[in-house]
Design a protein around this ligand. Structure first.
Ligand SMILES: Cc1cc2nc3c(=O)[nH]c(=O)nc-3n(C[C@H](O)[C@H](O)[C@H](O)COP(=O)(O)OP(=O)(O)OC[C@H]3O[C@@H](n4cnc5c(N)ncnc54)[C@H](O)[C@@H]3O)c2cc1C
Length: 619
């Protein structure tokens, strides 16, 4: 038996990887800024000039946001929702009347037809105010029925469902099961075709389905009969539109969480529900792919909400750090607090720049955004959590006190405690941070994988292998020296000015270094690279910081061009880049000098109970 625990894991994982691999989008129809970055190419043409929202679209967004903001201020009390665990029915009706359940649904189907940018602006506004309301609306529209229907529904399905959904019929998305979280290969919910082939009988249980307890329409992922591919059985996952009115649909439990007290989230049970075959979305066996594609654009709503939360934290911190005086002055003058505030503001401009860049990319449809959306989700959810944590710290004891208690004592009811509880989930839903790193790494490696896939496949016949080897040798004979020899020094990018231009040159140089590190890792570990998660994670984090730097520089440049007298965007982007460069240097150093193996082995010892003595003396 092997002593390397990674190898043990590899033996149990291939099927899960195979199912996910079969479901991923294989083609790249458009370039991806991040994809190119991981290949050592800084495509400034994809981000500079930083996309301006077209005037007409901006006006539509401004008008809608003004109405939404007025409604939020007048009709929604987030702390009351947090206390009671309910959003009043009349509030939901009011939101429906404003068109909030059909923000992204095209006008032709009764929705508002907002662009991704305007939808995300609404989610940002909501995210700054009430986490529960944000989740009600975004679970319905970012992952619930409208998004997959718009992407993959037949005209008939669209006509049947979208107008209802736009008017406020709630929808949900049901993938997770008690034993199926990040890895859907072992899904137990099954849909067996009826003898006449007209329908499927759906049986199973879904966990943590947001909006599930109140949804009329649920997109459900279920296993349908496997098919043979190349002489081997391939599991099939299919997406079905299921209606609450169908016999056999049951809400078993409403879940309660640390935060987001006002959401409706629950366990759904399906017992032999007869679902007509017309309710299949896209096609049999395409369910997992549908889920992944839906999440590509849907996922940007989370970072948009995070930007709203971060801005709210910045606003609260600014007021408090000036007002609160300790040890002879405002706490914002003490270095330990001030540095946190500077970091918070610099990180917020990077998050903001990333989100509106990715949103514009979705609207323009000229770039592949799967990496940008995933990176924005990963970066912004983690950055937001650090910002929220710093905000609580800077508020001191008041950061830990509920808004209700603060109000009762006659103090300003800043809901920092609720914001912390509400925002932790962003690092878990729609792909945990660990899974996002693996997803991004897989997509980043795609160009290399394609070049050598046939070589690594034991079933490739020798002539095909020889052909691939020759093509790969030619390709890398050009690509490899380019990474070492390309000029990325002065005067490149000087149009952005000395500070931002310098940062862009760093990004370009580092993208070569990143591409080489990725290439060397792939050559060294080959198929086992998938299990070197710390190594991949560091490379992904470097890519994330480079993307954030590029977005921040592009946005700051655009802002100062419009208003040259105001240099603060450049100063903020500059600070962000300096901080990011330090993280990047550390991550590169840790690629080769780290304690990963020792930590891994220690973890296995801990799991085996060898260190159980350490747990003595507790309740
Ligand atoms: C409030 C809330 C709302 C939700 N809404 C929905 C919804 O509407 N629809 C829906 O279908 N689901 C929903 N979910 C489920 C959510 O998407 C899952 O919780 C999430 O995908 C993670 O799955 P899991 O909790 O089973 O964690 P697991 O998959 O069990 O993972 C546990 C931990 O192990 C890590 N991990 C797992 N596999 C690996 C790996 N290969 N490598 C490294 N680390 C790994 C994870 O990162 C995580 O830290 C919701 C959950 C919550 C709490």
């Amino acid at each position: 038996m092997t002593s390397d625990p990674h190898v043990l894991l590899e033996k149990g994982a291939p099927e899960a990887l195979e199912v996910t691999e079969a479901a991923r989008e294989a083609e790249w129809h458009h370039p991806s800024f991040i994809g190119e970055l991981f290949m050592g190419r800084l495509r400034t043409d994809l981000i500079i000039p930083y996309p301006e929202q077209p005037d007409e679209d901006r006006q539509i967004g401004d008008a809608f946001l003004a109405t939404l903001e007025a409604f939020l201020r007048k009709r929604i009390d987030p702390d009351e929702i947090d206390r009671t665990g309910e959003i009043p029915a009349e509030v939901l009706q009011g939101l429906a009347k404003l068109g909030c359940f059909g923000m992204k649904i095209p006008k032709a189907y009764g929705g508002l037809g907002l662009s991704q940018t305007n939808y995300n602006r609404a989610i940002c506004l909501l995210g700054s105010y009430c986490g529960s309301t944000t989740v009600w609306l975004s679970a319905h529209q970012s992952i619930g029925a409208p998004q997959p229907l718009m992407l993959f529904g037949t005209e008939e399905q669209k006509r049947k469902y979208l107008p209802r959904l736009a008017q406020g019929t709630i929808s949900a998305f049901a993938l997770t099961e008690p034993d199926v979280g990040s890895d859907p290969a072992n899904m137990l919910t099954i849909a067996a075709p009826t003898k006449d082939g007209a329908a499927y009988l759906l049986t199973g249980e879904k966990l943590w389905c947001t909006n599930g307890p109140v949804a009329e329409v649920v997109v459900v992922m279920a296993r349908t009969p496997s098919v043979a591919v190349g002489g081997r059985e391939r599991k099939q996952i299919t997406a079905f539109i299921v209606e609450k009115s169908m016999p056999g649909f049951e809400v078993v439990h409403r879940c309660e969480f640390m935060g987001l007290k006002g959401i409706q989230n629950g366990v759904l049970r399906f017992t032999n529900i007869r679902v007509p075959k017309e309710n299949i979305l896209w096609g049999p066996g395409l369910g997992l792919k549908l889920a992944l594609v839906t999440l590509n654009a849907g996922r940007i709503a989370i970072p948009a909400g995070c930007v709203g939360t971060a801005k709210r934290c910045l606003q609260s911190t600014r007021a408090w750090a000036k007002e609160r005086k300790q040890w002879g002055g405002p706490i914002g003058k003490h270095e330990a607090v001030a540095v946190k505030i500077g970091d918070m503001a610099a990180t917020t401009i990077a998050m903001d720049a990333m989100v509106w860049l990715a949103s514009a990319m979705v609207d323009r449809k000229t770039t592949d955004i799967r990496l940008e959306a995933a990176m924005a989700k990963l970066f912004c959810s983690e950055a937001c959590w650090r910002i929220v944590d710093d905000t609580v710290q800077i508020r001191g004891g008041r950061g830990y006190e509920t808004a209700r208690s603060l109000r009762a004592r006659g103090e300003a009811a800043l809901p920092v405690e609720r914001i912390m509880r509400d925002s932790r989930i962003n690092l878990i839903i729609e792909g945990t941070s660990d899974i996002m790193r693996l997803f991004i790494a897989r997509e980043a490696l795609d160009a290399h994988m394609r070049a050598v896939a046939d070589l690594l496949n034991p079933r490739t016949p020798p002539p095909a292998k020889a052909k691939t080897a020759l093509a790969a040798a030619l390709r890398y004979a050009l690509w490899y020296p380019q990474q070492w020899l390309s000029w990325s020094g002065w005067p490149k990018h000087q149009a952005l000015g000395p500070r931002l231009g310098g940062h862009l040159r760093f990004i370009e140089r580092t993208s070569h270094r990143l591409a080489l590190a990725l290439f060397h890792a792939a050559m060294r570990h080959q198929m086992r690279l998938a299990y070197r998660q710390q190594l991949l994670g560091r490379l992904v984090d470097i890519g994330g910081d480079l993307f954030a730097m590029a977005a921040a520089c592009a946005k700051a440049h655009a802002m100062v061009r419009l208003q040259p007298s105001e240099q603060s965007p450049v100063e903020l982007a500059d600070l962000f880049c300096r901080l990011a460069k330090r993280r990047i240097a550390l991550a590169f150093a840790q690629l080769h000098r780290n304690d990963d193996r020792t930590s891994y082995r220690m973890a296995q010892d801990v799991l085996n109970g060898r260190m159980a003595w350490l747990e003595e003396g507790i309740v």
